[in-house]
Each structure stands twice: as structure tokens, then as C-alpha cells.
Design a protein around this ligand. Structure first.
Ligand SMILES: Nc1nc2c(c(=O)[nH]1)N[C@H]1C(S)=C(S)[C@@H](COP(=O)(O)O)O[C@H]1N2
Ligand SMILES: [Mo]
Length: 316
């Protein structure tokens, strides 16, 4: 529907908010309140909080939207990452000590090539793609983010899952010394998530390593995270250290926390309300009026067939 299939030359670089422009404006605004990010005067951050490294060799991916992209500043300072605290600006404020390098990812379970792999070895064999996706949080706000990453399905194939692998489980790192939110039992740590194998293999599913052409910043899940644009944001697990192929449906943090509010599938669905609020509309960060929420967040053409046998009122 709103998915525009682009050819490599379709997206103008002028459509991307350059970070240099933003950083210069920041200097200019030194004493002003940076309201969009919810940061008040006196809360301005060291530039290091935005010191992402440029990624090379990115090609335009198959999926993009021509909707306006959410500013770099909002994408990197209005976050959910409870490992660093529960306020939207806690992740940018509290993630400065987190070390995303060096990094390894453990591959385990029903596959022919389990082991502990260096981050570089997981990503290097693949071409980095830019994917401009809508992100819809279950809290009813949304963004448009130019991610950089590789299709998860291509990565999974290299580890040769066996026929017993029906699901894929993901785990976030536990490092309370660097992640102050983990010193408190806000959620059971580690944060865990899971997908059915066909969801993991779907071409939309992205293993992201960057955004706006740069490496992921800590607050966005450095160095490696999932991006599942047709599902509520909590499925897009950050700072992944373990991927396990399983026969049974794996546990998911928010589903375990409140199973009547957050399902395993968590597909964006304007017709199924959260018990405490409507999901019919959403607030796009940076906009004033609410927008209608779209079925599967506008990605029905790509993913609706995955759920043809499911009652979406029941398996939400
Ligand atoms: N490990 C971990 N991953 C997480 C979360 C979290 O708290 N911990 N929050 C989720 C939620 S609720 C959302 S909306 C997205 C937000 O991603 P962003 O901050 O990069 O926009 O990350 C998801 N991934
Ligand atoms: Mo979310």
C-alpha cells in the first residue's frame, strides 16, 4: 500500500536530515530548551551521545516510504530501552558508558553452525541496505526511520537451521555496570524476544546496524538489533547477544510481563485495542494531529499472508 519499491537512484540524499546540520544547529541552540527531545535547559548532552561513525557501502534497499523522516535528534533521543531507564530520554542520557565494541553474537539451538561469532563476521558477508520504515510503538506513537542493516533471513541461512527450527529466539545483553536500568527489576533481564521462522525469513525483517547512514548509537540498540516494521516496536529487540533456533515458541519479555496486554505476535492492528487504550490512531513524533494506524502498519501486502490461518483478534 504505502510501500514504495525503489530503484537504487530513487531516493535523493537531500531527503536525509544530515547530522552535521543538526549538530551545528545544536551549538547554536546551546542555551535553548531542546523541547522536541524532552530535554530541558541544563540537560544538554555531551556531543559524544551523538558521535556515530559513518557506514560505507550502503545500497538503497527494496523497501522505502516517501513519508517525511523523523529527525535524527528525535530518533536518537526519544527512545524505549529500559536497560537504561524508563523515561524517553533516559537511554540517550544513561548509555554513554555502554561498550558496543568488541561484540560477539552466540548462535545456538537447532542449526548446523552454532558458535560464538564476532559481530563483524555476522555482518560482513552481506551488503548493507538502507530501509526507510515506519516504527509504531504499542504506546501509540510512531516514527519514520532510515535504518541500515542486512536482511535477517540471509544471515539465518548461513547458520543452516535444521528442520526442527520452527522459531528464532533473541536475547539482549546483560551488563548492569553499563546499563543502569538493569540494576533494578524493571523487567526480568535479559530482555528476550522471538519470531516464528517464516516471520524471521520475511524480506522485511531487518537486522539493523545503523540509521541515518551511521552506526547505531547505544540508545538505539548498538551494535545490532531487530527491526520489524509491521509489529509493535517492543518486538524490535536491541543489543542482541544470542540467537537460538528452537522447536517451541520462545518466551518474550512483554508477553511474560502482561500476557493479556502484549501477545507473541504483536502485529500492528488498529482494530484490536490495548486493554488500556485504543490502537486506532497514533501520534507521529514531530506532528500535531493524530494519524490513523494502518493494518500491519501499512505492510499488509508483504506480511498478511503469514497470518492467513490466524484469528487476529485472538492471536494479537
Ligand atoms: N532490549 C530492549 N529492546 C527494546 C526495548 C527495550 O526496552 N529493551 N524497547 C522496545 C520498544 S518498546 C520500542 S518502541 C523500540 C524503540 O526503538 P528506538 O528507541 O530505537 O526507537 O525498541 C524496542 N526494543
Ligand atoms: Mo514500544
Amino acid at each position: 500500500m504505502l510501500i514504495k519499491v525503489t530503484r537504487p537512484t530513487d531516493i535523493k540524499s537531500s531527503e536525509i536530515t544530515p547530522k552535521s546540520v543538526f549538530l551545528n544547529r545544536r551549538k547554536f541552540l546551546k542555551t535553548a530548551a531542546v523541547a522536541g527531545a524532552g530535554l530541558a535547559v541544563g540537560q544538554l548532552l555531551p556531543d559524544q551521545a551523538w558521535a556515530g561513525r559513518k557506514l560505507d557501502g550502503i545500497v538503497k534497499g527494496r523497501f522505502a516510504t516517501d513519508e517525511e523522516q523523523t529527525s535524527f535528534m528525535s530518533v536518537t533521543s526519544y527512545n524505549n530501552f529500559y536497560e537504561f531507564g524508563t523515561d524517553k530520554n533516559d537511554p540517550v542520557k544513561n548509555s554513554g558508558a555502554f561498550k558496543a565494541k568488541p561484540w560477539t553474537v552466540e548462535i545456538a539451538g537447532e542449526c548446523e553452525k552454532p558458535g560464538t561469532y564476532a559481530f563483524e563476521d555476522v555482518i560482513k558477508p552481506h551488503r548493507l541496505e538502507e530501509r526507510i520504515y515506519r516504527l509504531r510503538c504499542v504506546e501509540a506513537w510512531s516514527m519514520v526511520v532510515p535504518w541500515v542493516g542486512v536482511p535477517l533471513g540471509d544471515v539465518i541461512k548461513r547458520f543452516a537451521p535444521t528442520s526442527a527450527a520452527k522459531y528464532v529466539a533473541f536475547e539482549t545483553i546483560v551488563r548492569p555496570e553499563e546499563m543502569p536500568g538493569q540494576k533494578r527489576p524493571i523487567l526480568p533481564w535479559p530482555y528476550v524476544e522471538g519470531l516464528r521462522m517464516d516471520e524471521a525469513m520475511n524480506p522485511l525483517t531487518l537486522l539493523a546496524v545503523g540509521l541515518y547512514g551511521e552506526e547505531l548509537l547505544n540508545q538505539n540498540g548498538a551494535p545490532i538489533r531487530l527491526v520489524l516494521p509491521w509489529k509493535y516496536g517492543f518486538k524490535s529487540i536491541k543489543s542482541i547477544v544470542k540467537i537460538t533456533f528452537t522447536e517451541k515458541e520462545p518466551p518474550c519479555t512483554w508477553n511474560q510481563q502482561a500476557s493479556h496486554e502484549y501477545g507473541f505476535y504483536a502485529n500492528v492492528n488498529p482494530q484490536v485495542d490495548h486493554p488500556r487504550w485504543s490502537q486506532a490512531k497514533e501520534r507521529r513524533i514531530g506532528e500535531f494531529f493524530k494519524r490513523e494506524t494502518l493494518m500491519f502498519n501499512g505492510y499488509a501486502d508483504e506480511v498478511a499472508s503469514l497470518y492467513s490461518g490466524l484469528d487476529l483478534q485472538r492471536y494479537y
